[in-house]
Design a protein around this ligand. Structure first.
Ligand code: AHR
Length: 623
């Protein structure tokens, strides 16, 4: 029996419970929410992104009908210093149809197009030798046998110029390609070759994928955190996510590898994040690096931005507030206005740091940023960090530091088992009501199934019941592209044509859409005894660093003492007769900061049963 005291004044619940956490992990941005259909559009892929990648990854030369030519890459006289590489397409002989050589892009596992829909094709081009070449863009079937739509671009001038056209497709094809061919002999330089559906979310040109953005919008999130996660800090000081590199014209944005071992075009940058937040009525919650690398890992021999560079870095953080909230005639407000948004975005929250180890270097860098924000922007609520866990030294040091500095809100991460979430629904009751307040910035309970979803629901009720101190919360991660999954579980899965929200998604949605404003006191009597909890068991082995790494476990034997049922491994393919388990692209390999881990996951193992594994692991693909 649940008795609620409806006459009590109750406790006000934070209006910002619950939101979403967006990180460019699992191809959530390029190849995901960002609706660009061309992969490696600026010829900036490098082996630093992923071993084996280069400037022409996802591109190939076309020499059709007897046309002959070459496709190379140059850095001479680039379109912009931030975008140093471009393609050089040379035709030495035209083919029987009169067309020159061309190039073709494979998209992200193909390009999905629909009959009757229109697509914006655009590119920067120049003719170094002054010949009057034109270009033909085609969306065609994978084998080139069927042309779904075409458009002409040009004539191409002797200097870099953006050319654009619209292609309307007559056929639906989930696995199409984009081709560009020249009209004659000569050389054409090409950069930022782009293809976008016109049917983006809210119809914004160069915008977001409508179905994925709608799935996020349907959660009615009160806020959206971006760009991460560990991605905010990147791998070493040189790989930090620097927000000024992600605003302004696309060809002027500096691209870089992300911490999850692939490329960031930065087409989905701060402007697009803020605009999306505005479109869906969510408060923007950007997270900037706290002047240290991810968990202070000293990849470059330096855990923190050197002292002499800190004033410039602090100025960069302050500039973000001006860019978001300043008048259109302020220095940074003018950059926002030039992008088409003269009105301020209304930034309220700013995260500083993510899962940082609480070292002296961290304390120093954080304090410098925090002091400057307090002095110049007391209106901004700074969110600090408690490290990667819900307990332990960093967590305790994080709390002590937050209290000492009177940081208004701190970010705690809890990736836990369902059992842990269920056993910890009382943990917020004991929190100091005077602060700091809590942002449960990343949490989830290990699986996309009913047990995890129910445990998450119970934990969310606990947060809401303590909504005076638990101010914000977001499940993590949000998006995962099937075939490129690096972290399991996620809230929403997708491929080029479909979107699969999970049970966990519906729990989030239920709480967010129906969030309350006042928590009333209640008592529960006659509750049943807790039932034994079943948990997952895992065998994990480090297998490399590439996102598309595959592995095979052989000679798997699982002893289940006491006659407990032997669970079947999840996510890969299980061959019971040979005791072999093979990972596939949709799971079984989890990316962690130290590399890819193959994971043999046994669902619903009875806790405490003393399972014994014996496995041999073999890497079958990847780095
Ligand atoms: O959500 C995935 C990762 O988990 C985040 O990047 C990091 O903050 C956490 O460890």
């Amino acid at each position: 029996i649940v008795e609620v005291d409806a006459r009590a004044a109750g406790t006000a619940i934070s209006p910002d419970l619950f939101g979403v956490f967006f990180e460019d992990l699992n191809y959530a941005a390029d190849g995901g929410l960002y609706a660009e259909l061309v992969q490696n559009r600026s010829f900036e892929y490098r082996s630093a992104d992923r071993s084996g990648w280069h400037a022409l990854t996802a591109w190939e030369l076309l020499e059709r009908d007897g046309a002959a030519g070459s496709l190379t890459v140059s850095t001479a006289a680039p379109l912009h210093p931030a975008n140093p590489h471009h393609a050089v397409l040379r035709t030495v002989a035209t083919g029987t149809t009169g067309s020159g050589a061309g190039l073709r892009n494979e998209g992200f596992d193909g390009i999905a197009v629909r009959a009757g829909e229109s697509y914006d094709v655009s590119l920067f081009a120049r003719l170094p030798d002054g010949a009057g070449n034109r270009l033909v863009a085609r969306i065609e079937s994978r084998d080139g046998g069927l042309v779904h739509g075409r458009a002409e671009l040009g004539p191409v001038p002797g200097h870099w110029e953006r050319l654009s056209a619209v292609i309307t497709c007559e056929t639906t094809d989930p696995d199409a390609r984009l081709t560009l061919t020249t009209s004659g002999v000569g050389t054409v330089h090409l950069d930022l070759v782009s293809l976008f559906p016109q049917a983006t979310f809210r119809g914004r040109p160069g915008g977001l994928r409508a179905d994925l953005a709608q799935a996020i919008a349907d959660l009615k999130p009160k806020f959206m955190r971006f760009p991460g996660g560990c991605l905010a800090h990147g791998q070493g000081l040189g790989n930090m996510y620097r927000w000024p590199d992600t605003v302004g014209p696309l060809h002027q944005r500096r691209q870089q590898p992300n911490i999850w071992h692939y490329h960031q075009s930065m087409g989905l940058g701060y402007f697009e994040y803020f605009q999306f937040c505005e479109d869906i009525g969510a408060k923007p919650l950007p997270v900037v690096p706290a002047g240290v690398c991810c968990q202070n890992s000293e990849v470059t021999g330096q855990a923190g931005i050197p002292q002499e560079e800190m004033p410039a870095y602090v100025a960069e953080v302050l500039a973000l507030v001006e860019w978001a909230n300043g008048p259109a005639d302020s220095t940074w407000g003018a950059v926002r206005a030039a992008a088409g948004h003269p009105e301020p975005f209304g930034l309220e929250y700013l995260g500083v740091g993510n899962e940082d180890t609480i070292t002296d270097t961290f304390r120093d860098r954080f304090a410098r940023i925090h002091d400057a924000l307090r002095e110049h922007h007391p209106e901004i609520t700074v969110i600090g960090t408690l490290g990667p866990s819900t307990a332990g030294q960093d967590w305790e040091r994080g709390w002590a530091f937050a209290r000492e500095r009177r940081i208004p809100v701190v970010d705690e991460h809890s990736y836990k088992s369902p059992r842990w979430l269920l056993e910890n629904t009382r943990r917020f009751d004991a929190m100091d009501r005077e602060g700091p307040h809590l942002y449960v910035g990343e949490y989830g309970s290990g699986r996309n199934n009913g047990r995890s979803a129910v445990a998450e629901a119970a934990y969310m009720i606990a947060m809401e019941r303590n909504g005076d101190v638990v101010r914000l919360a977001s499940y993590a991660p949000l998006l995962a592209r099937r075939g490129s999954i690096q972290w399991l579980p996620d809230l929403i899965y997708f491929d080029n044509t479909d979107v699969w929200p999970t049970l966990n998604y519906h729990v989030q949605r239920m709480h967010s859409v129906g969030s309350g404003d006042t928590a009333l006191p209640f008592t529960v009597t006659g509750a049943p005894e807790p039932v034994p909890v079943r948990n997952d068991a895992r065998a994990t082995v480090l297998i490399g660093t590439g996102a598309d790494t595959r592995a095979e476990f052989t000679d798997v034997t699982i002893d289940s003492p006491g006659g407990a049922p032997v669970p079947v491994p999840e996510f890969g393919t299980w061959h019971a007769e040979s005791g072999t388990w093979v990972t596939d692209g949709s799971g079984g390999v989890r990316q962690t900061r130290s590399g890819a881990r193959a994971e043999l996951l046994l669902a619903d193992a009875v806790e405490g049963s003393g399972y014994a594994f014996s496995v041999r692991a073999r890497k079958t693909a990847g780095d």
